[in-house]
Design a protein around this ligand. Structure first.
Ligand code: TRP
Length: 367
C-alpha cells in the first residue's frame, strides 16, 4: 500500500518526472511506494436525507478515531443512493455536503482517501462481475431489501435488489481488512464475505476477507421520540432526530421534548430506553462514561438532565457546523481533494479489478 506521504510526494512533486521515466523504472517506483504495513479500512455513507446526530456520534466520530491506525477509504456512496428515486440537484448537493462533513469532522483528506463512489468506475465494474457470483436466494434473504421494498413498493428496482453486491464490490475492490458499520449493515458484510470466499475458492486468493467492525460506545443513537427505534435520517417525525445542521434553539427544543418515563431517575438501564439514549448521547458528546453521568445527575430531575444534554449537543455540533460553513467557501481546495482522491482510489481499485478481470477470462488489454 502506498502511504500518504509517499503518495503525495509522488502525486505533486514527482508527477512530471515520473511520466518521463521508462516503464521498467516506473514499475520499480510503484513497487517501492506500495510498501506499507497498515491494514485497510473501508466505509461509506449515503448522502440521502439529512444527516443526524446519530450518523455523527455513531459513525463519523469513530471513523476519525480509527483513521490513524488504518489506511482508510471513506466513500460517499452516491451510486447506492439512486436505488431510491432522487432529485438530481438535491443528491449532488447532499453528496458534496457529506464529503465536506467527512473533512469537517476531522478526517484528514490527505491521509484518508475521501471520494465519491461514482468517480471510480471500478465499483460498478466489479459489482457486475460479482453479480454473476451471487445467488438470487441469498439476496432474497436480505432484511434491508425486504424493508426497503415494502417502503418503496412502487419502485422495487433491480438495483435495490443487488444493492449488497455493489456494497461487496466497494469493500473488496480495496482488499479491505476492516469495515466499520452499524449493526444494521452486518448482514451485508456477511454476504460480502460469502461472495469473496466463493470467488477465492474458484480462482485462488484474489480478495482479502473483510471483518466487520461494530463500534462499541455510541454505536447506536436512538430516536428521541421512539427510543426503541434507531435515530434515522428518514424519520417522519422531525422531533425524533437531531440533524447536524439544526440551530442551537432547535437542538435544545428537541432535547427538552425527548421522551423519557415516569421513573424520575437518571439511570442507565434497558427498562428506561429514553433516559438510556439521552445518557448515551451525553456520554458521546462529553466523553464521560454512563456511570459518571448517573453520578453527576444523582438526585436531579429529568428537566435539568435534558438541559445538560441539549448544551452538550450544542457544544458538539457548533464547531462542526462552523467548519462545514468555512470549508464550503473553499471551493478550489475541496475540488482538489475530490480530484486527487478519486485518482488515488482508482489506482488501487484498478489493481484489484484487472486481476479479477483476468481471473474470469476477459482478454488482456493491449498496451
Ligand atoms: N449500505 C451502507 C449504509 O447504508 C453504506 C455503504 C455502501 C457501505 N457501501 C459500503 C458501508 C461499504 C460500508 C462499506 O449504511
Amino acid at each position: 500500500m502506498l502511504n500518504c506521504y509517499q503518495y503525495d510526494a509522488f502525486q505533486s512533486k514527482s508527477q512530471l518526472t515520473y511520466f518521463c521515466l521508462d516503464d521498467k523504472l516506473k514499475w520499480v517506483i510503484r513497487r517501492l511506494i506500495m510498501i506499507n504495513d497498515k491494514k485497510v479500512l473501508f466505509s461509506g455513507m449515503q448522502a440521502t436525507g439529512n444527516l443526524t446526530l446519530g450518523n455523527y456520534l455513531g459513525a463519523l466520530k469513530n471513523w476519525v478515531k480509527l483513521s490513524d491506525e488504518y489506511e482508510c477509504f471513506y466513500c460517499v456512496v452516491d451510486e447506492h443512493s439512486i436505488t431510491i428515486r432522487q432529485d438530481p440537484a438535491v443528491l449532488r448537493k447532499r453528496a458534496r455536503t457529506l464529503l465536506t462533513l467527512y473533512i469537517a469532522a476531522g478526517l484528514n483528506p490527505e491521509k484518508n482517501c475521501i471520494y465519491y463512489q461514482s468517480h471510480v468506475s471500478g465499483h460498478a465494474e466489479l459489482a457486475w462481475i460479482l453479480n454473476c457470483f451471487t445467488y438470487m436466494g441469498e439476496l432474497n434473504r436480505m432484511t434491508q431489501f425486504k424493508d426497503k421494498a415494502a417502503k418503496h413498493a412502487d419502485n422495487i428496482n433491480a438495483g435495490l435488489f443487488t444493492y449488497p453486491v455493489l456494497m461487496a464490490a466497494d469493500i473488496l475492490l480495496f482488499q479491505t481488512d476492516v469495515v466499520p458499520v452499524g449493526i444494521d449493515q452486518k448482514q451485508h458484510l456477511e454476504i460480502t464475505r460469502d461472495i469473496a470466499q466463493r470467488f477465492n475458492s474458484i480462482y485462488g486468493d484474489v480478495f482479502t476477507i473483510p471483518e466487520a467492525y461494530i463500534g462499541k460506545s455510541g454505536a447506536k443513537i436512538m430516536s428521541l421520540q421512539e427510543p426503541t427505534k434507531k435515530m434515522s435520517k428518514s424519520d417522519e417525525n422531525p422531533n425524533g432526530s437531531i440533524y447536524l445542521m439544526d440551530d442551537p434553539d432547535t437542538i435544545m427544543r428537541k432535547c427538552k421534548k425527548a421522551v423519557t418515563d415516569s421513573e424520575g431517575h437518571v439511570l442507565y438501564r434497558d427498562e428506561q430506553p429514553g433516559v438510556k439514549n439521552l445518557i448515551d448521547i451525553y456520554s458521546a458528546c462529553t466523553g464521560k462514561t454512563p456511570a459518571e453521568v448517573e453520578k453527576e445527575f444523582d438526585g436531579k430531575g429529568y428537566g435539568e438532565f435534558k438541559l445538560a444534554v441539549g448544551e452538550a449537543v450544542k457544544a458538539q455540533l457548533k464547531p462542526l457546523q462552523d467548519e462545514i460553513a468555512r470549508l464550503e467557501k473553499e471551493k478550489a481546495y475541496i475540488d482538489g481533494i475530490i480530484k486527487n482522491n478519486a485518482e488515488k482510489a482508482a489506482y488501487y481499485a484498478n489493481k484489484t479489478l484487472r486481476k479479477v478481470q483476468r481471473k474470469v477470462g476477459f482478454p488482456d488489454r493491449i498496451r
